[in-house]
Unconditional design. Structure first.
Length: 157
């Protein structure tokens, strides 16, 4: 029973940035600023973002659960927790800066920093659980795509 609650907690932690970030994220035609931006031809429809982030947060939650449940107590786990928290905080910050403040260039710097932190997180996870580190790769790939999309918005506008 304890593992079930631990799993639920790691999932809540993982989904928290998405739930907070949605406050700043435009829905449909609600954000004239975002809808008026020139965007890459590779920009997917809004529904794709919702599905992708749901899957990515779930994978990160599972990866975090795998790290937490490992019986070892070490500086590696502490480092992993700090990196996980940092990338979650940057995830929220990006949503606020990009969608809330309409600062695409600052958002680009944040998403690039987020990408580096996510890659560092993957390495930290790999020292504890290979499977957990593998579960971070879709997130890293998506962040690369998000950085590209953000870069194109900066470039085209």
């Amino acid at each position: 029973m304890k593992k079930i609650w631990l799993f639920i907690l790691t999932m809540v932690i993982s989904f928290a940035p998405g739930l907070i970030g949605i406050i700043f994220t435009p829905m449909g035609h609600q954000d004239a600023w975002f809808n008026d931006l020139l965007q890459s031809g590779l920009t997917p429809p809004p529904m794709v973002f919702s599905i992708a982030w749901t899957v990515l947060y779930a994978l990160l939650g599972i990866a975090l659960f795998m790290i937490v449940k490992r019986p070892i107590a070490s500086q590696r786990k502490t480092k992993s927790y700090l990196l996980f928290a940092a990338q979650m905080a940057l995830n929220v910050l990006w949503s606020y800066v990009f969608f809330g403040l309409h600062m695409a260039t600052a958002g680009l710097f944040i998403v690039v920093l987020l990408l580096f932190i996510a890659m560092w997180l993957e390495r930290a996870f790999r020292c504890i659980s290979t499977t957990a580190s593998i579960l971070t790769w879709p997130y890293i790939l998506w962040l690369m795509f998000a950085a590209y999309l953000n870069m194109m918005i900066v470039y085209m506008n």
